[in-house]
Design a binder for this molecule. Structure first.
Ligand code: C2E
Ligand code: MG
Ligand code: MG
Ligand code: MG
Length: 285
């Protein structure tokens, strides 16, 4: 990582930093070929409604298995895709693949589900985004209310007025809209009120120590109350234990996702997970 606050200090490269930037460059050029080489795929992490303990759908998460580099984490390659202009074609592929998968599950007789797709700020700020979303829905046969788009606070807060207009256009298509990693960026609460939104996702950094950390409890409680008063759902991310779940449930959080229920799964395993949950209930029940 390159130091950002180096205005008053000398900038120098350590061997580790050189290696890092060489790797970044190499990954950037490998990523250009990843789509054509079929190296990208999606995994699906179940999201559960606490109201009835049922699977409402999944968050689609991108995976890259590079022939050269092996498995590369999205935390590493998404920023590379964003700065290299690749996030737009990759993001379109993600949207199309997720919606096609959803329609396939519907055809296979799974109960109604919705899929959440992550959008990077670059995608969100594209004028063409609403038209793209509507085209993908039409081409795949997915319904708008089967799609939830997740965006970050950073994507909306750079230009809140433009973001409000974009959210409005997307919302009018009938898709659901969620703010991801809520509480880790800078949200203006006054804009939140004006944004066309359906859910806030509570970042996993607040969930991790929620049984013991009074600050995390206070922050999570405040987010749940804020969301409820704005008529929004809350999705807690990174739920790994029964104790975390118990706290979130008692505090009024509406939805959860995390390893306690399931890791992100390949499509066939997600299918099985939903069928088994319908029969036996999920762990939450
Ligand atoms: P995110 O959208 O906040 O996704 C949640 C991350 O938490 C995922 O990491 C997921 O695998 C992980 N996670 C889920 N449950 C647990 C848990 O119980 N414990 C812990 N410790 N982690 C859990 P992943 O898949 O590595 O993705 C990292 C980030 O990369 C995502 O954060 C998202 O910002 C980005 N990303 C992933 N797929 C896409 C995509 O298709 N498009 C865009 N633009 N970004 C994506
Ligand atoms: Mg997300
Ligand atoms: Mg998140
Ligand atoms: Mg995250």
């Amino acid at each position: 990582r390159v130091k950002q606050d180096s205005r008053n200090s000398y900038c120098f490269f350590t061997p580790a930093m050189q290696e890092h930037s060489a790797r970044t460059l190499a990954l950037a050029s490998a990523l250009k070929l990843a789509l054509a080489r079929n190296e990208l795929h999606l995994v699906y992490q179940p999201q559960i409604a606490l109201e009835d303990g049922r699977v409402v759908g999944a968050e689609a998460l991108l995976r890259w298995h590079s022939a050269q580099w092996g498995a590369v984490s999205p935390a590493e390659f998404i920023p590379i895709a964003e700065s290299g202009g690749l996030i737009v074609p990759i993001g379109e592929w993600v949207l199309r693949t997720a919606m096609a998968q959803l329609v396939a599950w519907r055809a296979q007789g799974l109960p109604p589900l919705r899929i959440a797709v992550n959008l990077s700020a670059v995608q969100f700020n594209q004028v063409e985004l609403p038209a793209l979303v509507s085209r993908v829905l039409q081409e795949t046969g997915a319904r708008a209310d089967e799609l939830e788009l997740e965006l970050t606070e950073a994507a909306t807060m750079k230009n809140p007025q433009a973001a409000a207009a974009q959210l409005q256009r997307l919302g009018e298509l009938g898709v659901r809209l969620a703010i991801d990693d809520f509480g880790t960026g800078h949200s203006s609460l006054s804009y939140l009120k004006r944004f066309f939104l359906h859910a806030l996702k509570i970042d996993q950094s607040f969930v991790r120590d929620i049984e013991t950390d009074a600050d995390d409890q206070a922050i999570t409680g405040a987010i749940v109350d804020l969301a409820r008063s704005l008529g929004l759902a809350t999705v807690a991310e990174g739920v790994e234990s029964a104790e975390q779940l118990a706290f979130l449930r008692a505090r009024g959080c509406t939805h959860v996702q995390g390893y306690y229920f399931s890791r992100p799964l390949p499509p066939e395993q997600f299918h099985t997970f939903v069928q088994r949950s319908e029969r036996e209930g999920v762990r939450a029940a």
